[in-house]
Design a protein around this ligand. Structure first.
Ligand code: GDP
Length: 904
């Protein structure tokens, strides 16, 4: 043997260089590379080593050396279903020898010692871990408790924010593969294998624990970083980890991060801010983004970092004291809102003061002041109409000298007495020839020029428009021309027109029309008018009379003269200077043009481009046309115009004012819509008979207005007299409207505008009247016994309210067909229109909404079956006991009388 390189040696022994190098290394020789020289001595050492390894030294050939590599996987599954696995690879070399008791004993001893050592190490480590964990838990718990206590004691958001994430210990579902059991193994092999498995497990455990520790450490470190970024010195973040698996640690980390993101969002929403998380680099895209906006918001608001952990909403430390503006009236709910308290609170305070109110009721200024003071706020008294008054005053101040203005006339009268014909005739005869040929426009009014002056006619259909204008506080009409057909005399609507005009205090001029007719009877008309309190001048009264014919045109000039004389007497004045003021005659919404509003200018001059405030709507005048459809640019007093430019249609009768300040216009418009709402709510409760009577006792109202409708004239007169007689020195009853027949929409309007109660004796409200009364909150009382009506009014007047017999209408059916049978007499096929028809309740038969019969039902059937009741929308057959004269279109009303104890 000579010295040679490893490579040469490998060639000579025919072994791969690498293998040889490995064996050289195992033999403890220094050679590491292929061309390192190995001496002869070293070659000997190597041979000896190899011999030893292969058992040649002791000559024992019964030995087998085994090298094994085991790979196992520890699997853990998270709740979200994600599985994580840890690969564990164990390399092991084992030598199996034929039983050699000595050797075995020695080996066993060594193994036991080694195992004991490993176990001892393991124990020590476990104990150390447990202690560390316990201490950490205790610490965390203490911090958590402290924070919880701090949080409950002060929720004002001044304590630093706390974030506690608790992950419960899960059952770690680690899967460790069991070693394969070979059927041929010997007891020794089995033992060895078992040892091997135990060792494997131990190794796995160590590896797993180490990985868990590392992951936990990493997470904790991340958390610490996040916490320090997120909070400052006075904020603490506590994490409590009760699981030691890497997955748990990962979950904790994730949960923690999520909680941060969530809080970030909340903080951004809430308006507070936190530290910029400048230290955070990279991370997920979402985070980076949120971070960006986060720091942006932080910079923008420029809030201090100590506010970082505050809630968005803070409970005010000090009670806020408000200045509460109170107008003449205020609705309870509004008052509560102004003080930022619950309505309940205000109602409670009012109750303590002895006032029982609901949230929609209005209370007066004095009461409201007491409530506001009671609740510790400052009452500020304001006038409801302050803003408007200021505007009006300003407009008035700007006005120049007053000059005579044309009168505004409304033509009223019974249907078919010739109102339209008369207006047409006047218009045709007086409008300038050129204009008459043009397209006339219905704008609700027009003016005519006579030799003696201009007259403006309001062409509003029906009396309701007149009264509804008046009920809105507008006095558009100066003079009422009452048209009565000479051949027909005073009719119900004539009487109604008289009532309306009287109620408004407007002078009347009577035009007896159709004088060309042969049947014309002026004396009869004058007679009938006198019974209505209209005494003609020629009979010594104060009402001028014109005899006209719309057909022939006779007497028209005389009528116009009378109007102008009356106007002169009234000394109607206005100024054409300054901002225009007027009234809405009518308004509608046109598909193409938007709100189209007819306005009667009453003062000043209206120009294109003016900022107009009409009711609760305002806008600039975009276009203006006169009654002939001609575009005009300005309109003076008593001139009707149609304008475009308002955002929505105001109501007829709304006041119109030109203002130069849009802010003021808005203010007034808002105040008006508020007031309108107040009025509606108030009216709903005030217009009831009880309330009028009750307030009468308290507030010294000198008279009660009554609108009375009855079935026949006899009853009307009797009731009229009876009610007049009720008047005493302190309280007077004034029947401001009365008539025979159903209660109409016009009656409701009259009652509403005059704050009257509507009493119906044996009559009912027709459909439109019912709708209107519901809408306006007008109480209609129905009676069928005279002394019930008188008693009700009398008892209320004297303050002693007797129990009230109040009728409730349960159901109404309309007769569709009448059959005559020998058994029942007349049987009626009916359709139930509303409510329920009961067989055993009292009924009335109504014809044209007037009671023609009272009694009870003989029978009530559906098909052949006798039934107790029939509901709305169903057909039924019925017979009325003792009444054979039933007719188609009659109504059967089923009612009930209740005794209601009343109290003030
Ligand atoms: P309104 O319902 O009050 O507007 O009445 P109208 O103006 O529609 O007229 C009703 C009816 O009376 C029409 O047929 C007219 O022709 C007729 N009429 C109107 N005025 C006169 C008149 O002065 N003489 C005659 N003979 N008939 C008239």
């Amino acid at each position: 043997m000579t010295d040679k390189s490893i490579q040469e040696l490998a060639l000579s022994v025919e072994r791969p260089v690498e293998k040889l190098l490995e064996q050289v290394r195992e033999a403890g020789l220094p050679q590491r590379k292929a061309d390192d020289i190995i001496t002869t001595e070293q070659q000997d050492t190597l041979i000896n080593h190899l011999k030893k390894v292969h058992g040649q030294e002791s000559g024992n050939t019964g030995k087998i050396a085994l090298k094994r590599k085991t790979t196992s996987t520890a699997k853990v599954t998270s709740t979200s279903g994600k599985a994580k696995s840890i690969n564990v690879e164990v390399r092991k070399k084992q030598v199996f020898a034929k039983p050699n008791p000595e050797l075995l004993a020695a080996e066993a001893k060594a193994r036991v010692e080694a195992d004991a050592k490993v176990r001892a190490e393991q124990k020590v480590r476990n104990e150390a871990e447990q202690t560390a964990r316990n201490t950490a838990e205790q610490k965390a718990n203490a911090t958590l408790e402290a924070m919880r206590a701090a949080h409950t004691s002060d929720s004002s958001g001044q304590t630093p924010a706390k974030t506690a994430v608790v992950v419960k210990k899960r059952n770690s579902d680690k899967v460790i593969k069991a070693p394969v059991i070979r059927p041929t193994e010997t007891p020794e092999q089995k033992k060895a294998r078992e040892e091997q498995t135990a060792q494997l497990k131990a190794t796995e455990e160590v590896v797993r624990r180490k990985a868990a520790e590392e992951a936990q450490q990493r997470t904790l470190e991340q958390m610490r970083q996040m916490a320090s970024k997120y909070s400052n010195d006075d904020a603490t973040a506590t994490i409590r980890v009760i699981d030691d698996s890497p997955l748990a640690a990962g979950l904790v980390g994730q949960a923690y991060e999520d909680s941060f993101n969530k809080e970030d969002r909340e903080i951004k929403r809430g308006g507070a801010t936190a530290n910029p998380r400048a230290g955070k680099k990279g991370g997920r895209g979402g985070d980076a983004q949120s971070e960006q906006s986060f720091s942006k918001s932080h910079h923008k608001r420029g809030l201090k970092t100590s506010q970082a952990n505050k809630h968005g909403f803070e409970k005010p430390v000090k009670k806020q004291i408000y200045d509460v503006e109170i107008g003449e009236k205020i609705i309870v709910a509004d008052l509560a809102q102004k003080m930022a308290v619950k309505v309940r609170e205000v109602i409670k305070t009012l109750m303590k003061m002895g006032e029982l109110v609901t949230q929609n009721q209005a209370i007066d200024q004095d009461t409201a002041v007491l409530v506001v003071e009671e609740l510790g706020h400052n009452p500020v008294l304001v006038s409801d109409t302050q803003a408007e008054d200021n505007l009006l005053v300003a407009a008035e101040e700007a006005r120049g000298e007053q000059t005579t203005r044309p009168p505004v006339v409304t033509i009223m009268g019974h249907v078919d007495h010739g109102k339209t014909s008369l207006l047409d005739r006047i218009r045709r005869s007086k409008v300038a020839a050129g204009e008459a040929g043009g397209i006339t426009q219905h704008i609700g009014a027009y003016h005519v020029e006579t030799e003696k002056g201009i007259i403006t006619f309001l062409d509003t259909p029906g009396h309701a428009a007149f009264t509804s204008m008046r009920s809105r506080g507008a006095k558009a009409t100066d003079i009422v021309v009452l048209v009565v057909a000479a051949d027909d005399g005073v009719m119900p609507q004539t009487a109604e027109a008289i009532d309306h005009a009287r109620a408004a205090g407007t002078p009347i001029i009577v035009a007896i029309n159709k004088m060309d007719k042969e049947s014309a009877d002026v004396d009869r008309v004058l007679n009938e008018l006198t019974t209505k309190g209209i005494v003609p001048e020629e009979w010594g009264g104060d009402v001028p009379i014109a005899k006209v014919s719309a057909h022939s045109g006779a007497g028209i000039d005389g009528l116009l003269d009378l109007i102008l004389i009356q106007a002169e007497l009234m000394e109607l004045k206005a100024s054409a200077e300054g901002a225009a003021q007027g009234v809405v005659i009518e308004a509608r919404v046109d598909k193409g043009r938007g709100a189209v509003t007819s306005i009667l200018v009453q003062n000043g001059t209206l120009n294109i481009g003016d900022l107009v405030l009409a009711g609760s709507s305002y806008g600039r005048v975009r276009a203006m046309v006169d009654e002939n459809g001609q575009r005009i640019t300005s309109a003076g007093p008593s001139i009707p115009v149609e304008i475009l430019g308002l955002p929505d249609a105001p109501m007829a009768g709304d006041e119109v004012l030109v203002v130069n300040d849009e802010k003021k216009a808005r203010e007034v418009a808002d105040a008006r819509s508020d007031r309108e709402r107040h009025k509606r709510l108030e009216r709903a409760s005030a217009m009831r008979l009880e309330n009028i009577m009750a307030s009468m006792g308290k507030k010294d109202i000198p008279y009660v207005n009554v609108v009375l409708k009855t079935d026949v004239r006899g009853t009307l007169e009797a009731l009229h007299v009876a009610l007049d007689e009720l008047s005493t020195d302190e309280v007077k009853v004034r029947v401001i409207g009365s008539g025979v027949g159903a209660i109409t929409e016009s009656d409701v309007t009259l009652a509403e505008s005059s704050e009257a109660v509507l009493l119906g004796f044996n009559v009912r409200a027709d459909n439109s009247a019912r709708q209107k009364s519901d809408q306006d909150g007008i109480d209609i009382r129905y009676y069928s016994v005279i002394y019930h009506l008188i008693d009700d009014v009398k008892a209320a007047m004297s303050g002693k309210l007797a129990p009230e017999h109040r009728e409730t209408i349960l159901g109404v059916a309309e007769v569709r067909e009448v059959f005559h049978s020998s058994k029942f007499g007349a049987a009626a096929g009916c359709m139930v229109l509303e409510g329920v028809l009961h067989r055993n309740k009292p009924i009335r038969v109504l014809r044209d909404d007037v009671v023609v019969f009272q009694g009870e039902l003989e029978s009530l059937r559906r098909y052949k079956e006798v039934v107790e009741e029939v509901r709305a929308g169903m057909e039924c057959g019925l017979a009325v006991k003792g009444y054979k004269d039933i007719k188609e279109k009659d109504k059967i009303e089923v009612y009930d009388v209740q005794l209601i104890k009343r109290s003030l």
